[in-house]
Design a protein around this ligand. Structure first.
Ligand SMILES: *[C@@H]1O[C@H](CO)[C@@H](O)[C@H](O)[C@H]1NC(C)=O
Ligand SMILES: *[C@@H]1O[C@H](CO)[C@@H](O)[C@H](O)[C@H]1NC(C)=O
Ligand SMILES: *[C@@H]1O[C@H](CO)[C@@H](O)[C@H](O)[C@H]1NC(C)=O
Length: 450
């Protein structure tokens, strides 16, 4: 048949093209990556596009971090981590919102969850790292790796002046009856999502939990390695937990939809389309961004900064740090302006997750070898956040800060480190965290503030 011949021809051509384009880098395909937002392309184009994008990709994965960051200039480097400064003496200008969000924990209003200390707790972890296979990516499951030290699993965060009720999954699900919790952000957001799935299931097999990705447009395009996110519904309480991959939280728009190698307009002043489309169906929203703000990733993904619908020519704004700042402020401003229409929505901006590459970076032998918890101290005493961008952006709005930067900064032993399943010899992952682990605490802090 004509159709199938032509299909065969195109497939052969496609395969040849892929191999010539990709070459040995196809080996890297197994690395976790998120597909690009390019639903306008045909399946074949998409596959081709995605494949040739392996090396460079919009990917969320550590490996892609490794690969794309190779092209980083110094600009990208210093922005990968928020400046951490425990010694600063800025006065605490917490403008706690008085309008809502803490009705359920009035006694806690005004307290700072990020101030406190890590304490040993034999009731941790909240689920076993040998379980939760249904939700937890193997690459983040350190119990399934060669790692032998697990003391990082056995700590709980204790804020100085706020109540932190013990997490109890059935109580939590009941509280979340008929609600949808959405994580939107980069791979660290995905870690927090997987952590939440494991916490909510206790790591147990739960065949009754329903895949409802289709209800949020989260379906794997033909040829793509995976969808842009996942959504799962607990039928017992009608609770949905979802994740959408949006590394920079910007709206991305192909500049030429018919060209598989198109550049994308990355609108610094327009939130990801997913957010505007589904906001009315979200009850708890947790945003994050951070580690994709570097020149290497932007170029690799062919993301071209736009503001007011026009390419950014202002050199000051084109600076990566300023562009990120502009985006974070824009997203927060937009979200805040939407809240009056979505009165049940509780929106959080999670601060940046710290990296811990020592004696080098990801590609120059940087490591995070320490296995002894809290060698640098167990307390956070500063009043201000170690992520001034998010702190500044949410100030005076009804968006809440989920401040995890300083508390995670003193948990350098909790990263995947040398036990990455996929990193090349000598490379360490000092960006992502073992699960169970530190992101579970982020969720406990989130739940306490709901
Ligand atoms: C589940 O919750 C949603 C709101 O999030 C509601 O629209 C829907 O009717 C609920 N479904 C059931 C079966 O209760
Ligand atoms: C868009 O891409 C297609 C395919 O590469 C090309 O033929 C066309 O000229 C492009 N359009 C514009 C406006 O650049
Ligand atoms: C970030 O943007 C906001 C709003 O435009 C501005 O007030 C603030 O000074 C900027 N911060 C930095 C560090 O550029």
């Amino acid at each position: 048949m004509k159709g199938s011949n032509s299909y065969k021809f195109r497939s052969t051509k496609l395969i040849i093209t892929i191999f010539s384009l990709v070459g040995t880098t196809v080996l890297l395909w197994t690395w976790e990556r998120a597909p690009l937002v390019n639903t306008l392309l045909s399946a074949q184009d998409q596959f081709l596009f995605s494949s040739s994008d392996i090396v460079t990709s919009a990917s969320d994965s550590f490996d892609a971090v490794l690969i794309t960051e190779k092209t980083n200039g110094p600009i990208g480097q210093d922005l990968n981590a928020a400046p951490i400064n425990f010694a600063t003496s800025r006065s605490p200008v917490k403008n706690e919102d008085l309008m809502g969000f803490r009705e359920s924990s009035l006694e806690n209003s005004g307290c700072n969850y990020a101030k406190g200390k890590w304490v040993a707790d034999s009731r941790r972890p909240l689920y076993s790292g040998f379980s939760c296979k249904q939700w937890l990516s193997e690459m983040w499951s350190c119990r399934l790796s060669q790692r032998t030290d697990f003391s990082y699993e056995r700590y709980r965060w204790k804020p100085n002046h706020c109540e932190m009720p013990e997490f109890e999954r059935l109580t939590f699900l009941k509280r979340m009856q008929d609600k949808t919790i959405a994580y939107v952000g980069d791979s660290l957001g995905r870690q927090q999502f997987q952590s939440m799935m494991c916490m909510a299931t206790g790591g147990l097999e739960m065949p009754e939990v329903e895949d409802v990705g289709w209800k949020y447009g989260l379906i794997k395009p033909q040829g793509a390695i995976r969808p842009d996110g996942w959504a799962y519904r607990f039928p017992s309480t009608n609770t949905t937990i979802l994740y959408y991959w949006s590394a920079n939280l910007c709206n991305l728009e192909p500049l030429n939809a018919t060209n598989p190698a198109t550049d994308y307009a990355m609108h610094l002043d327009r939130p990801a389309a997913f957010l505007s489309r589904y906001l009315h169906r979200i009850d708890v929203l947790v945003l994050n961004t951070g580690h994709h703000w570097n020149r290497g990733k932007l170029n690799a993904n062919r993301w071209v900064m736009h503001v007011n619908g026009m390419p950014v020519i202002d050199r000051k704004l084109a600076n990566i740090g300023n562009a990120k700042n502009h985006t974070v402020y824009s997203v927060v401003k937009w979200l805040d302006s939407q809240l009056y229409r979505h009165t049940r929505l509780k929106a959080f901006f999670r601060t940046i997750s710290p990296r811990h590459f020592l004696n080098g970076d990801w590609n120059t032998g940087g490591s995070c070898d320490n296995t002894i918890p809290l060698v640098g101290g167990s307390e956070v005493t500063q009043d201000e956040s170690s992520d001034p961008v998010v702190e500044g952006a949410v100030r005076g709005t009804k968006i809440k800060i989920l401040d995890i930067t300083a508390i995670s900064q003193i948990r350098d032993e909790g990263h995947i480190s040398r036990y990455s399943h996929k990193a090349k010899e000598g490379m360490q992952d000092c960006l992502h965290w073992c699960l169970p682990g530190i992101p579970d605490t982020w969720n406990e802090l989130l739940i306490a503030q709901l």
